[in-house]
Design a protein around this ligand. Structure first.
Ligand SMILES: NC(=O)c1ccc[n+]([C@@H]2O[C@H](COP(=O)([O-])OP(=O)(O)OC[C@H]3O[C@@H](n4cnc5c(N)ncnc54)[C@H](OP(=O)(O)O)[C@@H]3O)[C@@H](O)[C@H]2O)c1
Length: 288
């Protein structure tokens, strides 16, 4: 039986990136829908649920994407609420690449530093990718500081992490003006920079001043670097005593996670692949 993936994109045009990955993951038929909302999604879900017998439903799956992570989260809830009994199909949510990118960063950091008990900081931690990074680090027992140019936005992001990980130890940090990076990063072993493309969050000299830092990951691929000194292609490169990864350095793993996650959807009909499940899958992949 053919594997059918329904791509529900919250943007008007379904993402070509997600379409290419679906094809590379081996789906037989890709049905892409743009402009999908909580208001118009139910008939599309019914089309997935009611067309194949329960034993064959594992051959149909749904991928939720688009640039808006909040829209994607709402859509995921609406889709899963539409299922009942055995009439369901597996679903993956990766709006803006948030889950696969964050999982790749967290798994890369965990290669060099035990997460549980470590202190981590997420620069640009209010964005969709940064929030997922913070959530995944907190899930694995790291103490996480979420940094933003606005303390208020950082606090909101902390509340969101606490809402999904009740045991999370998170605190907000304001980084609009940092006078002393050595002081800010003192006692911090893991840094993930998830600032907007092309925005420098850590200037020249800050990385070398950060004496305790074991691993630093910059997810921004667009010059200038998010963390001055880290190159996009860095992959466990040692710079100023810190193990560094750039966006391209984690990008290969991110792509593998995305492809494997799509393949997993077709193993059963009741998977929901969001942050936690995608992190687990990434950890398995990294161990294999
Ligand atoms: N390698 C990959 O495979 C991959 C995949 C997806 C995304 N990415 C990259 O991951 C990064 C994060 O993505 P995203 O979509 O979450 O980013 P985003 O929403 O565009 O930005 C994240 C945060 O950056 C801060 N920011 C925005 N403009 C800034 C500026 N001029 N100076 C300092 N901070 C600024 C904002 O936080 P505050 O306003 O609260 O300070 C914002 O919430 C991006 O660089 C993106 O290109 C990489």
């Amino acid at each position: 039986m053919q594997k059918i993936l329904l791509q529900f994109d919250t943007d008007p045009l379904p993402s070509s990136f997600d379409r290419v990955v679906a094809v590379d993951a081996g789906v037989d038929q890709l049905m892409s829908y743009g402009g999908v909302t909580c208001e118009n999604v139910v008939p599309l879900v019914h089309g997935a649920m009611f067309t194949r017998g329960p034993e064959d439903l594992k051959n149909t799956a749904i991928f939720i994407g688009g640039s808006g992570v909040k829209d994607g989260e709402k859509l995921l809830r609406r889709v899963t609420e539409t299922f009942f009994g055995p009439l369901r199909v597996s679903v993956m949510m990766d709006s803006n690449g948030c889950n696969t990118t964050a999982a790749a960063a967290v798994v890369s950091a965990a290669r060099h530093q035990q997460l549980r008990g470590s202190m981590a900081i997420v620069l640009g931690g209010t964005g969709p990718v940064g929030q997922r990074v913070a959530r995944m680090l907190a899930l694995r027992g790291a103490r996480v500081r979420i940094a933003s140019r606005s303390l208020q936005r950082a606090e909101v992001a902390c509340q969101q992490v606490r809402a999904s990980v009740p045991e999370a130890v998170v605190e907000p940090v304001e980084t609009a003006v940092v006078d002393d990076w050595k002081e800010l990063l003192g006692g911090t072993q893991i840094l993930v920079s998830a600032g907007a493309a092309g925005a420098e969050l850590m200037p020249t000299g800050a990385l070398e001043a950060a004496g305790d830092l074991r691993v630093a990951i910059d997810l921004n691929a667009v010059p200038p670097a998010g963390v001055a000194g880290i190159k996009p292609a860095d992959k466990a490169a040692e710079r100023d005593g810190t193990i560094c990864y750039g966006a391209i350095g984690v990008g290969g793993l991110k792509m593998r996670i995305h492809r494997i996650a799509v393949q997993r959807l077709f193993e059963r009909n009741d998977l929901v692949l969001d942050a936690e499940a995608i992190l687990e899958l990434a950890e398995q992949l990294d161990r294999s």
